[in-house]
Ligand binder design. Structure first.
Ligand SMILES: Cc1cc2nc3c(=O)[nH]c(=O)nc-3n(C[C@H](O)[C@H](O)[C@H](O)COP(=O)(O)OP(=O)(O)OC[C@H]3O[C@@H](n4cnc5c(N)ncnc54)[C@H](O)[C@@H]3O)c2cc1C
Length: 430
């Protein structure tokens, strides 16, 4: 049975979230517009405002809803989470206010899955409580989409691991209390079993942030940039700093990325709903050539395309969430790749139309649209570029295909006509 309705009790929660995000989190977005503000625990002014909002979210049982009940979340499941994330996705601050901001949410998940009791106590609990932020340090300057090209390595010396190498785009490195670092430890192993994951405290000697790369709309001087180019200069950590089994970093990373990708997609739906709301308001507010913008057919086409494309994407995301909820672990892999492959296009097309409809105002930073637009190329690359996911989808389906039995396809009209005649020829005689 297919049912698109939402239970009334859950709808009440969504309604509350919707009002709260619009009235509180969206205001935080304009008060503290830099991405850095969300992760800088030393920004006491922002924390003063955010803390009571987080408390309110906790009181309502909506804190860290991506987590199962064993970790203090509600275990709502992915379909409900999709509906919640749509609302959270409207605002840059909302994930922090609701305790589910990346990369901390994914880092918490792998700590919960692969961490020892000591590791959970030291890193997971304060992360879940929103007291610290963390950094996932995997991508390298010379290699991103293909982890088999990574060279940052770690080797054992006595009762320590020594980590040496460079990482690039380690988000929030400058604010993190700890880093999760992927390094080659077993170069002799099969390709996907060469790397291990390490938990490294931020104050460990040898961690050097070379610079923070400013994103499209960050200040060019890098003052609010937080994409760390990090060098690990023979950083020493104890043997028990390894997260997961030796040589199993790839598995740990994969466990983290699937959830991260679909959650980004869920939030992008919400962000684009906001863009469309803005388009609609603009279309019925502004006049040109003696009529409202919305009365011009060219504008109607842009609005219609945006609404239809977002609805298609949203249904794909919801179906993916439903597969995760109802089918065995891993069953949604291809669907997650479909969502991620489509994300960049939908995001960019709708954000571009919304910016364009707002004319000169659209390209300023006086509306949320420019930031949205700048986020599209970033999300098309982060967590793996579009092409990698397209290839994954194609390969999954190609595996299910069988070659045609002869020279012509199975679905070949002349051949099928022969089949039809064999079946019903006797009825066709006069
Ligand atoms: C906003 C943001 C935040 C990030 N945060 C983190 C983080 O916290 N930690 C971290 O470790 N990393 C992070 N990253 C890095 C991210 O994971 C990488 O950017 C991503 O994996 C792509 O790697 P790359 O940038 O080296 O691009 P490349 O791998 O060099 O790819 C560049 C382009 O090459 C093409 N391409 C690549 N592979 C293929 C292929 N197989 N087939 C066809 N074409 C291909 C695509 O057009 C692709 O866009 C972040 C990135 C962004 C944008």
């Amino acid at each position: 049975m297919i049912d698109f309705s939402v239970e009334p009790e859950f709808q009440e929660k969504l309604d509350w979230m919707n009002k709260f995000v619009r009235e509180e989190c969206e205001l935080l977005d304009v008060l503290f517009p830099s991405a850095s503000d969300m992760y800088d625990m030393k920004n006491t002014k922002a924390r003063r405002i955010v803390k009571p909002l987080q408390e309110e979210v906790k009181k309502r049982g909506l804190w860290a809803c991506h987590l199962g009940p064993e970790l203090g979340g509600k275990g709502y499941g992915q379909v409900k989470l999709a509906l919640m994330n749509e609302i959270i996705g409207r605002s840059s601050w909302a994930p922090t206010v609701f305790g589910c901001q990346a990369p901390d949410s994914g880092n918490a998940e792998i700590l919960a899955m692969f961490g020892t009791e000591e590791q959970k106590k030291k890193y997971l609990q304060p992360l879940l409580d929103g007291e610290i932020v963390s950094c996932f340090s995997m991508t390298e300057p010379q290699a991103g989409a293909d982890p088999l090209e990574f060279t940052c390595r770690a080797w054992r010396e006595g009762d320590e691991w020594v980590i040496d190498g460079e990482k690039w785009f380690s988000s929030n490195a400058r604010y993190a209390s700890f880093f999760i670092v992927m390094a080659v430890t077993h170069p002799q192993n099969r390709p996907h079993e060469r790397m291990s994951m390490f938990l490294v405290d931020a104050d460990t000697p040898g961690i050097e942030i070379i610079r923070n790369a400013p994103l499209l709309l960050d200040n060019r001087d890098g003052s609010d940039a937080a994409s760390g180019y990090v060098r690990y200069n023979r950083v020493r950590v104890p043997l028990d700093a390894m997260l997961g089994e030796p040589g199993q970093a790839f598995k740990v990373a994969q466990a983290r990325l699937g959830g991260g990708r679909i959650h980004h997609c869920m939030r992008t739906v919400g962000l684009l709903q906001r863009a469309i709301e803005m388009m609609l308001e603009r279309a019925v507010s502004r006049r040109t050539k003696g009529k409202l913008l919305g009365d011009h057919q060219a504008v109607q086409l842009d609005i219609a395309d945006s609404i239809i494309e977002l609805e298609q994407f949203r249904l794909l995301v919801l179906k993916t969430a439903w597969i995760i909820d109802t089918q065995p672990h891993g069953a949604a892999r291809t669907h997650i790749a479909m969502c991620k492959a489509q994300l960049g296009k939908v995001f960019f097309d709708i954000a571009r139309r919304a910016v364009h409809l707002h004319g000169a105002l659209g390209v300023t930073q006086e509306t949320p649209l420019a930031k949205m637009w700048a986020g599209a190329p970033a999300l098309a690359v982060a967590d793996g570029p579009t092409e990698v996911h397209q290839v994954q989808v194609a390969k999954a389906f190609l595996k299910t295909a069988t070659p045609a039995p002869g020279l012509f396809p199975t679905d070949h009209n002349p051949t099928r006509l022969e089949e039809a005649k064999r079946k019903w020829g006797h009825l066709l005689e006069d």
